[in-house]
Design a protein around this ligand. Sequence first.
Ligand SMILES: Cc1cc2nc3c(=O)[nH]c(=O)nc-3n(C[C@H](O)[C@H](O)[C@H](O)COP(=O)(O)O)c2cc1C
Length: 325
Amino acid sequence: MEKLKTTFAGLELKNPFIVSSSGLTDSVEKNKQLEQAGAAAVVLKSLFEEQIMWQSAHHSSASDYPEAEDYLQGYLRAHYLEEYTKLVRDTKRACTIPVIASINCYTDEEWEEFASVLEQAGADAIELNLMAVQSSLNYQYGAFEQRHIDILKHVKSRVRVPLIVKLGANLTNPVKLIEQLYVNGAAAVVLFNRFYHTDIDIEKMEYTAGHVLSHESELANSLRWIGVASASVKQIDYAASGGVVDGASIVKCLLVGASAVEVCSVLYEKGNGVIKTMLSQMDEWMTRRGYESVGQFQGLMRARDPERVNVFERTQFLKYFCEKK
Ligand SMILES: Cc1cc2nc3c(=O)[nH]c(=O)nc-3n(C[C@H](O)[C@H](O)[C@H](O)COP(=O)(O)O)c2cc1C
């Protein structure tokens, strides 16, 4: 389907469907099947900061023996990195679609070293997923945003492949941050990462995991922010993640200015066959509307006046919530 082609972060994609980082992309066999099912690219399961930094410290029961601790930390770090590098290398050998490596981190550590190893293993791009909750009373406003930029700059200084930054939805002003990420060399951003959902078992009086998989209503947040950000910062590519469940949701993301979608929950729920279904729904919509390429409709529904978003948002709120009896 030539007409579904798009580009994202400098990568040529046969369609906008990227499988997002998750357990769905943690093995070569799964990635091969996703390619056969029609995915245009895969973002590999993340290499987590805890695996590289914390886990090695946590596993070390040798705090009385600093040399042993150093050895264990070095060993575990090398082990996780080698395992991940193998996943990148073997997936590249088995698949023809772009393979995006993913680093999920929250502190400004030596990510440039790891990113460089992943690039050498053949990753076509690297996604940096900064996931953290800011709750310290010592927090300086803007420090978390600055950390995104610092990590990006450090990684950028060592790798040539495109860098994608996956953002959390807990930022004060994603648009300003996206502009700064662009200025500092990011090729694309993904809106948004999904946090662990908190719930409580009121009988056991315990915290439990809320919904692990997303709901289609979560798409609204990505639509809002991609629509606003892509109107202000046009030079960077956008992918939507969160609540993309059918062909119509892919179309909506492209209409607000995304180049691609990163999808996961609907694949867990319905299996790989849903990729072809969603793409043919998108194809049918394009045919019905007379579009022959993604470029003909991408961005048509961006925010018209991004500096006056509050006028729009507040008016809608008044209209739908304040007048409801
Ligand atoms: C089981 C599961 C595992 C995930 N693992 C990762 C991960 O390793 N790294 C990451 O960046 N995002 C991870 N995510 C988040 C997804 O990549 C995606 O951004 C999020 O679920 C929203 O997309 P969706 O609505 O299609 O599920 C995971 C999500 C799920 C449900």
